[in-house]
Design a protein. Structure first.
Lengths: 781, 206, 158
């Protein structure tokens, strides 16, 4: 069958509603009798709760209820661990400590909720927060990752011997032996600090227990509605069928909107069960800086062993990962770091020693990139430093180490976030790097332009880096595809959507199977009443895993359509074709029947059918890959920096990406643009600044600088395509790829631009202030 | 965090000591103080209006004076909290008589600031606190000069700033100096805490 | 806070009479009192621009204004621009250029751009970037938004 829509730059079906303000977000939900919640949160990062008196708040007019941990009785319990450490790894130390609904005895992070007020309006609820009297006995805070492991450090969890949450060593080959043979060993301390997702929509939830119908309905800004449904049902003793979770339009996810559970989800579900009235809570921006998960904080002591001709013999990386006050998301983030530190290179010997620490900071869970940027930063920086030491060109040292195309599937032998060995399914890395170099005009820039500009006193630099991105991991997703009597197609899948264009790209996949226009395919995502098997949108997996489930379901429906049409048209299936919503006899186009008519015939109201007949033209199918698909790419940039003002201008930005089959290039490009913008933020603009007591010092967009259109450059993109052998569509994920290699690219280009200063960049995010310190010799070096 | 700074008063040490023990003078030097009560020989509780940019509210606090060596030095321990956040600091203040008849005030201490005032007001804290300190110390110095003059039989007009004048001056300072490094900020904050403490102390003591 | 004020505001051509608390934000008034939920609230401190509406034709942050300040004035929100079936040329351009991802910031961008394009019907890329630098978008990296504004300018000039 000729593909018609997969691969096309189709504009998005969902846009007209979004553009006209007609799309429903959680805060748009209005239910008669709805109450509003506000949370009292600790301003201390680490403290014992001595006393909390909510009586005055309860007496304020308009306040319906005020709850503390004590009110929850036996229902109070820490959230379930969302992700366990891989059971396939032996000798792992892991202490699971999960977030609590409301603080009972000890505050472990600033922003942890102490009480909730439920009132007739949000304004009244917030007024009542001031009526609550709290006595907190502050404790010394654990903030610094390395100090957290010192023997006399205060402990985040009193029942543990230390702040060590996990110790995990993964290895391949024999690094120590490789190091013995090395001509050059590069060893550096590399620091990567925290940022926040800053989705434009804060989190929010509307919960409603309707006692008459015995139904709990939850509108939630979650990326994973089905696990939320199952989890809430389990926690409150309901059947999953009594719980409907809807993730409507969600204003950006980027990772932190997947969590099970945030305290608000636990507390407010419990509260609506007490009150029998709908309750809305919408996070405000300041809360978002405290109460929504964050990511990136790691300190690496990394070492790269090479031959004098620049071949990598081995990599050792001892690193500390900050999980924040709790570790409900297991080891996903630091294991991704372990996996991505080997990049697209042949690294025969690898030793990675991971220590995860508890600190008095917000919980860490995946944020677009999810540990990958850190791993990529480590290997790319070490390669740059090695190239300098060896007097080699940074592109050349990469070329010498890239995996050749004949090694795939390539087993990198360590366990990844999906609990299976890290196997690169397919790839062709050298052409990607060459294409990026060609597009940015590497040779010409280095040989002609840069010397000329330098002679004029300008500080211009070039960077070029490579990376891989593990995507499309299991376990599975599912979909149901139905031909409606109108002839339109309905597709339901369990993943949620936060702007990725699923309504369009999923429609393209189904349209190709069923010979309809994608505009006639109505896709529903993120509503458990429509589809209730699946896990969620994370790990760049939606288009791969749900996409292939839709492909599978649509293929089955196609077979049903052909079978029925063959009977109706009295023509063998092989002679039929599907196009324009019709089934036609190939060489007699007037002999045809519409899909809608077939759908009606497939669902007879009277008469007998053959035994075993299923009604309708509908199928449900699931897809689960053996392991994740590995996308790859190379980014290049030219930047200019003014060493007086530290202002940086990115002159050109090149991105070459291989994510296998591209379903919709327009959407893929949009994903990449957004990823690059986040990467630039993580390079030079956004950093959560904590003081030594763990107080966040920049909890607003006035101080936490999300890049604007003035900072983000135009990105020039080329797609190369190496299909994934793991799924019928041949696609790989792309959601996170844009952001992953940007900080190391930025560092390389900046070092190059400031070559006359001889600086070495070993941390990200940088900032104009930090660059100033680097240039004046006040920082590391 | 360690903090330190100094200021020169145009008067003899004994007068400065008396001044920082005079609640009337101190209260007018830094408008915003709502109340101060002595709860024991060296402990005081009080309330003060604080505004840093978008963050405003009443701080309720407790001050403890210790290691008092008249007229040379004293230690202040301050804890305040309210809707804007919390502050906790310990500072040691030294008064050193100078040969030219002036008095050098030196202070050093540690302070922690948290909550909204730290997270949202951060950029403004610096200039607000520096401005408050400068004005507070200048007002004290004016009062001191007036006292010294009075003791010499001269009558000098000394009008403490009103809350509105004070706020206007803070705003002017903020417009003038929006950039400075963060350690200056912390020092400035510590000083604010110490001065606030001094006010509470002297009011209660008086 | 219990004193109520009568306000009379014209929103998208319709006159609304309401009694509100003086502290009620204009954004909350539009969204929750009038049910015009196309205006979104992203930061509540005037930085992200998602809540931008037109106040007597000028773009303002509705999260930084009180409803009572709109008394006697005219407000235009995204709902007045076009409908899904009949998009405004600016909305059409956003659609065609894929300038929308999650769509949360989009109404604010549109409302900032309507007066911009009236004043500057043929803007350069730099002018466009400057014009939208008061609106934050986390999904698109702005590139397709810039393309959309160029396209919209073309459409509107015709």
């Amino acid at each position: 069958m000729a593909q018609k829509y997969v691969g096309q730059r189709l504009t998005r079906t969902e846009d007209p509603r979004l553009l006209t303000g007609q799309a429903m977000f959680v805060d748009d939900v209005q239910i008669p009798g709805m109450l509003h919640a506000a949370f009292l949160r600790s301003e201390y990062t680490h403290a014992r709760l001595k006393r909390i008196d909510v009586s005055a708040a309860r007496n304020r007019p308009g306040v319906v209820a005020v709850y503390t941990a004590a009110d929850m009785g036996d229902t109070w319990r820490p959230g379930p661990p969302l992700v366990s450490p891989p059971p396939t790894i032996k000798d792992i130390v892991f202490h699971s400590r999960t977030q609590v609904p409301l603080v009972k005895d000890k505050v472990r992070l600033a922003g942890e909720p102490l009480a909730v007020v439920i009132a007739e309006s949000r304004y009244i609820a917030e007024d009542a927060l001031d009526d609550i009297v709290v006595e907190l006995d502050p404790l010394e805070a654990v903030v610094d990752l390395e100090k957290a492991l010192e023997p006399d450090a205060p402990r985040v969890h009193d029942d543990l011997d230390s702040n060590l949450a996990c110790h995990l060593i993964q290895k391949k080959g024999d690094y120590a032996a490789a190091r013995e043979k090395a001509d050059l060993v590069i060893k550096r301390r590399i620091v990567i600090d925290r940022g926040t997702a800053a989705a434009m929509e804060n989190r929010g939830i509307v919960v409603y227990w309707d006692a008459k119908s015995q139904q709990l309905t939850v509108w939630d800004t979650t990326q994973a509605p089905i696990p939320i449904r199952n989890g809430l049902a389990g926690m409150f003793g309901l059947s999953p069928s009594q719980v409907r979770v809807i993730a409507p339009f969600v204003g950006g996810g980027f990772g932190p909107k997947i969590m099970m559970f945030y305290p608000e989800e636990m507390v407010l579900t419990w509260a609506t069960l007490q009150l029998g009235r709908p309750i809305k809570w919408i996070e405000d921006r300041r809360e978002n800086f405290y109460a929504t998960n964050q990511e990136r904080g790691q300190v690496h002591y990394a070492e790269l062993a090479l031959t004098r001709d620049g071949h990598i013999l081995g990599l050792r990386d001892d690193f500390i990962h900050d999980t924040g006050a709790y570790d409900p998301y297991g080891l996903t983030v630091p294991i991704n770091t372990q996996c991505h530190a080997m990049g697209p290179y042949r690294i025969p010997n690898y030793y990675s020693d991971l220590k995860v620490v508890f600190t008095n900071r917000p919980i860490v869970s995946p944020l677009r990139g999810a540990g990958r940027p850190q791993g990529v930063y480590v290997i790319e920086r070490l390669l740059d430093i090695a190239a300098k030491e060896l007097g080699m060109d940074p592109v050349e040292i990469r070329k010498r180490n890239l995996l050749p195309p004949d090694v795939f599937p390539y087993d990198n032998q360590i366990i990844d976030q999906a609990f299976v060995p890290l196997v690169y399914d397919s790839g062709n890395y050298l052409p990607i790097l060459e294409k990026a170099a060609e597009m940015i005009g590497y040779e010409k820039f280095v040989k002609e332009e840069q010397p000329r500009l330098r002679a004029e006193g300008r500080h211009v630099g070039i960077g070029i880096v490579c990376f891989i991105e593990t995507t499309g991991i299991g376990p599975y997703e599912g979909a149901r595809v139905t031909v409606e009597p109108s002839g339109k197609i309905s597709v339901a899948t369990g993943v949620g959507t936060q702007g990725q264009g699923h309504f369009t790209s999923f429609a393209q996949i189904a349209a190709d199977q069923l010979g309809v226009n994608p505009r006639d395919v109505n896709v529903v995502t993120g509503d458990t009443s429509q589809f209730h098997w699946g896990t969620g949108t994370f790990a760049s997996r939606g288009a791969v895993v749900a996409g292939n489930a839709i492909h599978a379901a649509a293929s089955t429906v196609r077979a049903k359509v052909l079978k029925l049409a063959s009977k109706v048209l009295e023509t063998p299936e092989e002679e039929l074709e599907l196009a324009d919503g019709m089934v036609r006899v190939a060489d007699i186009p007037e002999k045809c029947i519409s899909l809608g008519e077939l759908a009606v015939l497939a669902n007879p109201l009277r008469g007998a059918v053959e035994p075993g007949t299923e009604p309708g033209l509908e199928a449900t199918a699931y897809f689960g890959p053996k392991y994740g698909a590995t996308a790859s790419g190379a980014h290049a940039m030219i930047l200019e920096v003014d060493p007086e003002t530290m202002m940086v201008e990115i002159k050109r930005y090149i991105l070459v990406e291989d994510c296998g089959t591209v379903i919709n290039p327009l959407i893929v490009e949009g994903q990449l643009h957004g990823g690059v913008a986040l990467g630039i933020a993580n390079s030079y603009y956004e950093q959560l600044m904590y003081d030594e007591n763990g107080q966040l010092l920049n909890a607003s967009f006035a101080d936490y600088l999300v890049p604007t259109a003035s900072e983000v450059p135009r990105v020039e993109i080329t797609h190369l395509e190496t299909r994934s052998p793991l799924n019928p569509l041949g696609n790989k994920g792309v959601g996170e790829g844009g952001c992953i290699p940007v900080p190391c690219l930025f560092a390389q280009a900046l070092e190059d631009a400031l070559a006359d200063y001889g600086i070495e960049i070993l941390e990200t995010p940088l900032s104009p202030n930090k660059l100033f310190d680097l240039l004046s010799g006040k920082r590391n070096k | 965090m360690k903090v330190e700074g100094e200021y020169i008063f145009n008067g003899p040490r004994a007068e400065v000591w008396d001044l920082v023990r005079d609640p009337e003078v101190l209260a007018t030097a830094l408008p915003g103080t709502k109340s101060l009560n002595q709860i024991s020989a060296n402990q005081y509780e009080g309330e003060m209006n604080v505004r840093v940019g978008p963050v405003a509210g009443v701080f309720a606090g407790r001050v403890v004076v210790s290691d008092e060596v008249c007229p040379e030095s004293y230690t202040l321990t301050v804890e305040g909290k309210g809707a804007p956040g919390f502050a906790k600091g310990t500072g040691r203040v030294h008064l050193i008589a100078q040969d030219d008849g002036t008095t050098l005030m030196k202070y050093e201490g540690e302070v922690q600031i948290g909550g909204k005032i730290a997270s949202v007001g951060q950029r403004l804290l610096d200039t607000v606190s520096k401005s408050m300190i400068r004005q507070g110390l200048e007002a004290l110095n004016k009062a001191l000069e007036a006292r010294v003059a009075r003791s010499k039989g001269q009558e000098v007009e000394c009008q403490p700033p009103s809350e509105a004048e004070f706020a206007a001056a803070v705003a002017k300072d903020m417009a003038g100096q929006l950039l400075s490094s963060s350690w200056v900020l912390w020092i400035a904050l510590a000083v604010v805490v110490i001065i606030v403490a001094a006010i509470w102390l002297s009011r209660g003591g008086g | 806070m219990n004193d109520l004020f009568a306000v009379s505001v014209t929103v998208n051509g319709t006159r609304y009479e309401r009694t509100v608390e003086p502290r009620l934000l204009l954004s909350d008034f539009l969204r929750h009192e009038l049910g015009l939920t196309g205006t979104h609230v992203g930061c509540e401190h005037g930085v992200c621009g998602a809540c931008t509406v037109l106040f007597d034709g000028e773009p303002v942050r509705s999260c930084l204004m009180f409803a009572v300040q709109a008394n006697g004035h005219e407000i235009t929100t995204v709902e007045a621009l076009g409908t899904p079936e009949n998009l405004h040329p600016l909305q059409e351009a956003f659609w065609e250029a894929h300038a929308v991802q999650c769509g949360f910031c989009t109404p604010g961008f549109l409302m900032s751009l309507v007066p911009f394009l009236e004043e500057n019907p043929n803007p350069t890329e730099e002018e466009i970037r400057e014009a939208i630098s008061g609106n934050l978008c986390r999904c698109t990296g702005y590139q397709h938004i810039v393309d959309a504004v160029k396209l919209a300018a073309e459409k509107l000039r015709k």
